[in-house]
Design a protein around this ligand. Structure first.
Ligand SMILES: Nc1ncnc2c1ncn2[C@@H]1O[C@H](COP(=O)(O)OP(=O)(O)O)[C@@H](O)[C@H]1O
Ligand SMILES: [Mg+2]
Length: 195
């Protein structure tokens, strides 16, 4: 089983929910990367446009290396993978996916602004988190899971199978074959439609 399990995906897909449950189940330490970046000051600046901190990947990697040095496994919830995995550590990413329309509704329920919601829906539509994970860890270390029709318990079950080595069930997500991005933007971002 990998020592570093990164649960990634667009905000709202269920990273924190899964990570906490998974860490409990496999006896790993849980790290919410966004929280640690804030509390430990592991950032290099603030992205004014996105309204979020820009993480310092080198210091995040060092932080994770220090935590891993004390032994055991770590589950990290993070919307970015980048270069955060320390070299030489068996690392694996599970990329949670969610149908862009379901994601839109979930973020709307959270009370986010339309601009922020569309930014994230677009990112989900374009596979940004999957590309990030596959590009940085390798295709065989990035497992996609379409959670749209799954309960939280089912997501946990599939994630456990994946980290135990059963990768045959990987969902092949391709939202662009389902949605025309321009139509979707008109429908979701410009009109006040929530269903
Ligand atoms: N499989 C699921 N089915 C339905 N709702 C879910 C599922 N997983 C998470 N949620 C809900 O979606 C919302 C966002 O989940 P969260 O874990 O905070 O996402 P993230 O950490 O990726 O932003 C929460 O209200 C959570 O309860
Ligand atoms: Mg979260």
């Amino acid at each position: 089983m990998p020592r570093l399990i990164i649960i990634t995906g667009t905000p709202g897909v269920g990273k924190s929910t899964l990570s906490r449950a998974l860490a409990r189940r496999v006896g790993a330490r849980f790290i919410d990367l966004g929280e640690v970046v804030k509390t430990e000051g592991l950032h290099v600046g603030f992205d004014q446009f996105r309204g979020s901190l820009i993480i310092d990947e080198k210091r995040v990697r060092q932080h994770l290396a220090t935590v891993l040095k004390s032994g055991g496994k770590v589950v990290v919830a993070s919307h970015t993978v980048g270069h955060i995995a320390p070299r030489g550590v068996d690392s694996f990413a599970i990329v949670l996916r969610l149908d862009p329309i379901l994601l839109y509704r979930r973020l709307l329920r959270k009370g986010w602004t339309k601009r922020k919601i569309w930014e994230n829906v677009e990112s989900e539509l374009l596979d940004v988190c999957y590309f990030d994970a596959a590009h940085n860890l390798g295709l065989e270390r990035a497992f996609e899971l379409d959670t749209g029709t799954m309960s939280k318990a089912q997501v946990l079950g599939e994630a456990l199978n994946a980290i135990r080595g059963d990768r045959a069930q990987m969902s092949r997500v391709n939202w662009l074959s389902k949605y025309d991005p321009i139509d979707l933007e008109r429908k979701l971002a410009w009109r006040n439609i929530s269903s």
